[in-house]
Design a protein around this ligand. Structure first.
Ligand SMILES: NC(=O)c1ccc[n+]([C@@H]2O[C@H](COP(=O)([O-])OP(=O)(O)OC[C@H]3O[C@@H](n4cnc5c(N)ncnc54)[C@H](OP(=O)(O)O)[C@@H]3O)[C@@H](O)[C@H]2O)c1
Length: 346
């Protein structure tokens, strides 16, 4: 019971157990916690909107770059937040920031660890999607590893998703022919009509490999891999000489207890292809270059983006379940502040 002397409380979502296989909503539980009090150098923030990201599944499966959070911990995650109280002279109440707030209503964040969001640049939630880490991932993979040239065929998996939808558009701007891979005819259509792919192949189709070969008859110069597994295997078989492969994500295996056997990398030798792993955090210092290139296109509408927005902190577990089975269309967000859920695009 809350009394006059009780500290104020807030809703949080905790890890109820580490998921086995595909995550379930009851792997998480809604709970209460005290509202944190910021120390010097910290900001007290209201969490407006949470980013729901695939890396969480790898983290909960102890397959990520950082240690697995224990059962009972608040679910880690990034959010768009409004500063409520500032212990840092560089920030004032009302400022918008992106930070690692976790799945909770309010947080105390070190001012040095947040990124300021300019609301004049584009709708602020794009700082979690096309102008945030997913966008930077696409940009860094293309600009620092793939380096598409005019006329190249650039193959991208999860083509209708947060990373993939921008990767294709940037490749097209470079004069390349972007070919997407996505799950189901609706997402394939979206990849072509909205995100500028020249063609998109459904990886769930029985004859996926044959369709991919027919769509890329001269092979591929770049493969931007967000999936791994059977899709990577098919792409490796289509490499042209000196192709570049960006190894960005392995969502096909995040739910699996055991790592599957790897693809046959023999063609990498014959084609003298380059496979390079991508970790977006190595490229955070390039954020200003990325924003200078991509934000004007987001503002004038020449770069398209989609959001799939769910409503309320309690919706976060099901949103994550949906992400891991492909039931999201666009960057998956959860509005914590109660603003209506929508499918927004620009
Ligand atoms: N390396 C890095 O630093 C870095 C940074 C950010 C993201 N990533 C990676 O980039 C990838 C995309 O992330 P995102 O945030 O843009 O997510 P997203 O594409 O918006 O959403 C995830 C999508 O993955 C697809 N998917 C799920 N299971 C799949 C499977 N078994 N095989 C093929 N596709 C599957 C689903 O689309 P379909 O309906 O098409 O199946 C789902 O909508 C992930 O692998 C993520 O880990 C890497």
């Amino acid at each position: 019971m809350t009394t006059l002397t009780s500290p104020p409380r807030q809703q949080v979502v905790r890890i109820a157990r580490h998921p086995e296989g595909a995550p379930r909503a009851d792997d998480f539980r809604l709970d209460e916690d005290v509202v944190p009090r910021p120390s010097a150098g910290e900001l007290r923030v209201r969490v407006d909107c949470l980013s729901i990201d695939p890396y969480l599944r790898a983290l909960l499966g102890a397959r990520y770059l950082t240690a697995r959070p224990p059962v009972g911990a608040v679910v880690p995650g990034t959010g768009l937040c409004t500063v409520v109280e500032s212990g840092d002279p560089g920030f004032a109440p009302g400022d918008l920031v992106v930070g690692d707030c976790g799945w909770r209503e309010t947080a105390a964040l070190p001012a040095a660890a947040v990124r300021r969001v300019d609301p004049g640049l584009a709708p602020p939630t794009t700082a979690l999607g096309v102008l945030g880490i997913p966008g930077l991932t696409a940009w860094a993979g293309l600009r620092t590893i793939a380096r598409p040239r005019a006329g190249d065929t650039v193959l991208v998996s999860t083509a209708a998703g947060a990373v993939g939808s921008l990767a294709g558009q940037l490749a097209r701007r470079d004069g390349a022919r972007p070919v997407g891979i996505a799950g189901g005819p609706d997402k394939c259509r979206l990849a072509v009509t909205e995100f500028g792919y020249a063609a998109c192949v459904d990886y769930r189709a029985k004859d996926f490999e044959a369709q991919l070969r027919a769509t890329c008859p001269d092979g591929i110069d770049v493969y931007f891999d967000n999936v791994g597994g059977r899709v990577l295997e098919a792409a490796i078989g289509l490499l042209r000489k000196h192709a570049r492969v960006v190894l960005c994500g392995l969502i096909d295996q995040y739910n699996a207890a055991q790592r599957p056997p790897g693809p046959n990398l023999g063609p990498v030798i014959g084609t003298r292809a380059t496979l390079t792993g991508l970790v977006v955090y190595d490229h955070l210092d390039r954020l200003p270059d990325f924003l200078a290139e991509v934000a004007p296109g987001v503002r004038d509408g020449s770069i398209r983006w989609r959001e799939d927005v769910r409503r309320g902190l309690a919706a976060a577990p099901q949103a994550f379940v949906d992400l891991m089975r492909g039931a999201n269309v666009g960057k998956l967000l959860v509005r914590v502040d109660g603003t209506p859920a929508t499918g927004r695009s620009g």
